[in-house]
Structure formats: C-alpha cells, structure tokens
Ligand binder design. Structure first.
Ligand SMILES: Cc1cc2nc3c(=O)[nH]c(=O)nc-3n(C[C@H](O)[C@H](O)[C@H](O)COP(=O)(O)O)c2cc1C
Length: 322
C-alpha cells in the first residue's frame, strides 16, 4: 500500500503525506488550505530557539496553531543543545504534536551561525542536540537533513544513524546538498540509502511535483512518507491529488479556473482574518502569482496583482480571469 497511516513516536498520522516546512510560505492560512486537501502532517515555518528564549514578538506569531490543522510539526533551528532543550520544554504544552529540528537550512545568515545545514558538518553536536531535546520533552523529536553539506561531504546516512541513536523519532531527507540550495535535481538514491540504514521512519523530500512523482519516490526509495514543498505553492490541491492517486491509481482532474478563483478567495479570507488587510494583501500577491502561473494572460495579471492594495481590488481583478 502506497498510502497508509504513519506512526512517528507516539503520534499516529492519518496518512504519510507531509507538507514541507517553508519559511514565509507555510503560515497559518496556507497550512489550513493544505489541511483541507487532506495532507497527513503539516510542518510550520522554522523558528529560532534563541528568539523564543528572548520572547521575540514576531516569533510568537509563528508559534500560533489552530485546532483544525492538527497534528502539526513545529520546527526549531539553533545550535546550542541546552538552549534548544530548555526552550522546547518551555513551550511543550503548546498544541504541536512533533518537534522537528532543522539541519538543512542553507541560508548564510543561519549557516554562518553554525545552525541549519552547518550541523551536517558536525554530527556529534547534531546528535547532542537531539539527545538533549528529546530528553527534555515527551513529544517525538524529528530531524530534517540534507544529502550532505557539499558533494565532497555527502553524509546523510552517517547523520541519520547518529540521529537515530540520539533519539530521533523520524528523519526527513532532502536529496540536495547545502551547496546546491534548491538547484539541480534531488538525489533520491541517497534517500533510499538512508531508508536502508535506519529503522525509524524516513520521509523523502525533493522534487515531488505530481502524484506520479510521489508514487515514484515511494517505489524507488522505499520511504515511509513523502514531503512536498514548492509544488504546493499556489497548488494546495496537490495533496488531495496525491492521496487520490496513491489510493486508486487514477489521476484526479486538475482544478478548473473557477476552482482556482474559489481557492484564492478562501486563501484571501484566511489572510485577512489572520494578518489583517495591510499585511495580508501584500503577502497574498505572491500566492496569486503562483495560483495563476501558466494561465492565459497571467503575466499581465501578475503585474497588476503586484499593485493591489485591498482584497476588494484583488477580487475585481480575478473577475477578469476567464
Ligand atoms: C521558500 C522556502 C522556504 C523554506 N523554508 C524551510 C524551513 O523553514 N525549514 C526547512 O527545513 N526547510 C525549508 N525549506 C526547504 C523545504 O522544506 C524542502 O526541503 C525543499 O523545498 C525541497 O523540497 P521540494 O522540492 O518539494 O520543494 C524551504 C524551501 C523554500 C522553497
């Protein structure tokens, strides 16, 4: 069976399809839309353990969780085992189901601090973090890693073993190195090797952009779960489509223009509710570009969408989309 329930520590997911954590994308409105399409696990945007320690106001917003989206995985980044463990314990009573640790972020600001994918260069410290954090809370602690730091240091298998021994309840593997960022093709062979090497659940990530690719990832690598990132942008339907295909072997129809417009409305209403008009409409512009990419007249529409200042203006523009 390709679609199945997935057990991560003491958490049972209804299915093995996961929304990837994406800073600036997987905010509350977008997560709710993906949940409504039947995704099995929602990952939030990464938050800094240090920022939690300093009671940063913006970070507080990132920690908001709605009952409708549960179960969710909250992702920490950091490199100090003590701070990460104490902050995990401090927020443990919040309604996240799983705490994930980011060991894949490629951004210089993060890597130069020794956080995110920099931890791939320091498996001992990485394991120490997992050990301390999983010892400090009773919720499962998972880790998201990459193939390695660069092609000369491909160590996902070694990392996964270290992290499993340290107490990780599952591991997600993005089949690219830090040096690749998001370019080139994700290496699914390394994901298969990680799956062979550990006995905790492995979630495969990188370039799953269709139900067929989801099936291919599961069949080629044997992973327990699949994680979809960029292909969900402007396309929350990908989760119901993958579910349907894995279950029935049949491809669902792609959404019609009316369905796309309806989704933009639903997304906008959530944005307005969660972020208010000023911030909400600005963030919505980018999503509308994604929703309408490739549609007839979308380039011209995108230009105008970039200038809308209110949701009413946006809705009027959408009326022109035929
Ligand atoms: C805009 C953006 C933000 C991201 N933010 C995070 C993050 O906060 N934490 C994380 O572990 N990965 C993050 N990622 C990486 C994704 O989770 C995922 O590993 C990557 O996009 C590859 O999967 P895909 O090919 O399905 O997009 C981000 C990716 C993108 C494109």
């Amino acid at each position: 069976m390709l679609l199945h329930r997935l057990q991560i520590g003491n958490v049972e997911l209804e299915n093995n399809i996961v929304l990837a954590p994406m800073a600036g994308v997987t905010d509350l409105p977008f997560r709710l839309l993906c949940k409504r399409q039947g995704v099995g696990l929602i990952c939030m945007e990464m938050v800094s353990a240090k920022a939690i320690m300093y009671n940063n106001k913006n970070t507080e917003k990132l920690l908001e969780i709605e009952p409708e989206e549960m179960p969710v995985s909250l992702q920490f980044f950091g490199n100090d085992p003590e701070i990460m463990a104490s902050q995990a314990a401090r927020i443990e009573d919040r309604p996240f189901a799983i705490l994930d640790i980011n060991m894949g972020c490629p951004v210089p600001k993060v890597v130069n601090n020794g956080e995110g994918s920099a931890l791939l260069k320091n498996p001992k410290l990485a394991a120490e973090i997992v050990k301390k954090v999983s010892g400090a809370i009773s919720k499962p602690v998972t880790v998201k890693i990459r193939k390695g730091f660069d092609e000369d240091h491909v160590n996902a298998v070694e990392m996964a073993k270290y992290l499993e021994d340290a107490g990780a309840a599952a591991i997600a593997v993005h089949g690219r190195t830090r040096e690749q960022y998001y370019s080139g093709k994700a290496d699914w062979e390394i994901i298969a090797k990680v799956k062979e090497a550990v006995s905790i659940p492995v979630i495969g990530n990188g370039d799953i952009d269709s139900p067929l690719a989801a099936e291919k990832m599961i069949k080629e690598t044997g992973v327990d779960g699949i994680m979809v990132g960029r292909a969900s942008q402007g396309n929350p339907w990908i989760f119901s489509e993958i579910r349907h295909y894995l279950e029935t072997g049949e491809l669902a129809e792609r959404p019609s223009i009316d369905e796309i417009k309806r989704m933009i409305h639903e997304h906008s209403e959530l944005m307005l509710k969660v972020k208010g008009e000023y911030i909400g409409i600005r963030e919505m512009r980018r999503h509308v570009s994604w929703y309408t990419a490739g549609m007839h007249g979308s380039a011209a529409l995108r230009k105008r969408v970039c200038a809308v200042e209110s949701f009413d203006e946006l809705y009027a523009l959408l009326e022109e989309l035929k």
